[in-house]
Design a protein around this ligand. Structure first.
Ligand SMILES: NC(=O)c1ccc[n+]([C@@H]2O[C@H](COP(=O)([O-])OP(=O)(O)OC[C@H]3O[C@@H](n4cnc5c(N)ncnc54)[C@H](OP(=O)(O)O)[C@@H]3O)[C@@H](O)[C@H]2O)c1
Length: 252
């Protein structure tokens, strides 16, 4: 899969799935724009990309902030003159329950990052993606389909919004030549659930999946690259599950 001469913006590229995805795009010849808040971690991703002979545009930004989102797209166009692929991957998981009203303490951060940031960046990027006949991939979650833990209610709600928004964005943008798709990972070996304070180890939880394991960031990134490539030129408005059979495509 060659992404030579393609400009790819990956949000949340300072860690986990996003960092691996940005490196893999660069390996396939893309020029990548990497976004995150943690400068030290962004540098780690940038250094890995430089080791394969490419120089990324590094943007320290918070996707939930309107001025940061605008600066991200402006800087990308100033530097590269175009945008071909937008990967809306930045996301946070926080816990919150109804019974102790902790749910509302984590609501704004999750909705502003996982949903508002994605909607805003998609809107700002759309005119540029129409010019390149590019595409967008939004990273949702199986939690957007199935409720696993009561404390993940709002996280799941935010991810359901990601998948639903993607279909609406596909409806608006596909006739203009821009494909828009969702990927819904299951359990992936990153720090996401640890940062959230989920006390079930990923190894334990993944035993419930049909394949009895969790996925690597590389596996998710492979699917992202496939959907972003011309090989997937007939795919838009779709939601691809990569969850070791944990949900069997979700409950409908
Ligand atoms: N890991 C899983 O099992 C799993 C399963 C299903 C879906 N997902 C989804 O996959 C995506 C990536 O998650 P991950 O597992 O790779 O988690 P991760 O290792 O915690 O990485 C999350 C990334 O998002 C960035 N980020 C968070 N808030 C941000 C903000 N406000 N502005 C800019 N960047 C922000 C983080 O960077 P900074 O900290 O530098 O800002 C980091 O680069 C998320 O959308 C997550 O919901 C993950």
């Amino acid at each position: 899969m060659s992404f030579a001469n393609k400009i790819v913006l990956v949000t949340g590229a300072s860690a986990g799935i996003g960092a691996t995805t940005a490196v893999m795009f660069a390996k396939e010849g893309a020029k990548v724009v990497i976004l995150g808040r943690n400068e030290a971690n962004l540098k780690k991703t940038a250094d890995e990309i430089k080791r394969i002979g490419s120089t990324p545009l590094v943007i320290k930004a918070d996707v939930s902030k309107d001025e940061d989102a605008k600066r991200t797209i402006d800087n990308t166009i100033e530097k590269f003159g175009k945008l071909d692929v937008l990967i809306n991957n930045a996301g946070v998981m926080r816990l919150g329950l109804l019974i102790d009203n902790s749910i509302i303490k984590t609501y704004d951060e999750m909705l502003n990052t996982n949903v508002r940031g994605m909607v805003n960046l998609t809107s700002l990027a759309a005119p540029h993606l129409i010019k390149t006949k590019g595409n967008i991939i939004n990273i949702s979650s199986i939690a957007g389909k199935i409720h696993f833990l009561p404390a993940l209610n709002v996280y799941g709600m935010s991810k359901a919004a990601v998948s639903h928004f993607t279909r609406g964005a596909a409806m608006e943008l596909s006739p203009l030549g821009v494909r828009v798709n969702t990927i819904s990972p299951g359990l992936v070996g990153t720090e996401l659930t640890i940062k959230a304070g989920v006390d079930i180890p990923i190894e334990e939880f993944s035993k419930k999946s049909l394949l009895g394991k969790y996925s690597s960031c590389e596996e998710v990134a492979e699917l992202i690259l496939y959907l972003a490539s011309d090989k997937a030129k007939s795919v838009t408005g779709s939601n691809y599950f990569i969850d070791n059979g944990l949900t069997m495509g979700g409950e409908d």
